[in-house]
Design a protein around this ligand. Sequence first.
Ligand SMILES: Nc1nc2c(c(=O)[nH]1)N[C@H]1C(S)=C(S)[C@@H](COP(=O)(O)O)O[C@H]1N2
Ligand SMILES: [Mo]
Length: 384
Amino acid sequence: MIPKRRDLLKSTLALTGLAAFGVPEWILPALAQGETLVPFTDIPDNVNFEPGPDRRLLDVRTINGPLTAPERFFTTQHYGHPTVDAAAFRLKVSGLVNRPLSLSLDEIKRLGSTELEAGFECSGNRRPLQGLSGNGRWTGVPLKAVLDRAGVKAETREFVFFGADKGEEEVEFRTQKFTVDQQFGRSLPKDIALSGEPLVVWAMNGQPLTKHQGAPLRLVVPGYYGVANVKWLSEIHAQEEEYLGKFQARWYRSLKGETINGELHWKEAAITRMQLKSFIARVSQAGTRTTVLGVVLNDGTPIRSVEVQVDGGAWQPATLDPSTRAKYGWKLFTFDWKGATPGEHTLVSRVTDTAGRVQPTAEDLANKKTFLEDNSQHPRKVRV
Ligand SMILES: Nc1nc2c(c(=O)[nH]1)N[C@H]1C(S)=C(S)[C@@H](COP(=O)(O)O)O[C@H]1N2
Ligand SMILES: [Mo]
């Protein structure tokens, strides 16, 4: 469904509070001045952006500022939304620590408070919708402060983060299958966990986390795919051995062919840092002007350039929105599309980072077997 102008206008009004976050006016759509959306013909009309009470996709055509409002932020998870009583809530820290902890929300907040802008996408996010993506300003305490309070023992090699959500899972072992209770769990190596960057957060965009976002507490690992950001965080376990739970070792992994010394090697790897990606989110017209707005997501490496190609022509430079400069926030870009003639067109964007990585084409990813981590250039079909 193409959002009706009235709905867009409503969301724009709802977002006027964003001025508090320093959103420049130029990025907000000038609907009052007769702006219209250019339809995307690669998005079907009947998409349900809220396919269930606990699932939501962002309609990227409604992006009109750097931060994604909580009621629009995409949401997905494996076992539904557990209810966590914030008053009775305790975060446990166990395993190879000198002082096992059981902290109330207030005790956690007293460990410190910091803010960080971070955007992320689900590793399964892909064309044509690209709706499993969003950007927030998170408030929380560095994970390191929590772990320092517990005193991490020298033998620790990684930390496992468990959510309050669980379900029954079949675990295969050779010719056997066992059905066991599994808590949602993800792990991080010691150096990343203690780097000072991951946060244990309780608020987004200045508001307490919603149930969708993992209230009362979640982990945010800047630069990583969504799966690292454990919601309804309930326990952190320090251990020496490698965690091989379903969502760490099996459900989220990539299988890619890599050519090393002229030979193809098949590599299975866990889903960790976001691969460099851009996509076109919205095209609008106001008077004689046609503006393309797009999104960049990556692991935090600075961006060198974003380019846009129209109907297979030359790559032309796009402009990065100066209000989206946060290292780990998503970046927005705009492109002034000159000479947009009525009819069908294909627009595609390509981002390059300062490490020299260039967003790959779908062809470049031909040897990626699993659908996760699809950061390929996305040719967007539009009708002017
Ligand atoms: N506890 C818990 N945390 C979880 C998940 C889950 O199933 N359980 N799903 C992960 C996945 S796959 C993604 S993409 C993000 C989605 O976060 P969001 O719903 O806030 O957008 O949460 C992650 N954290
Ligand atoms: Mo995900």
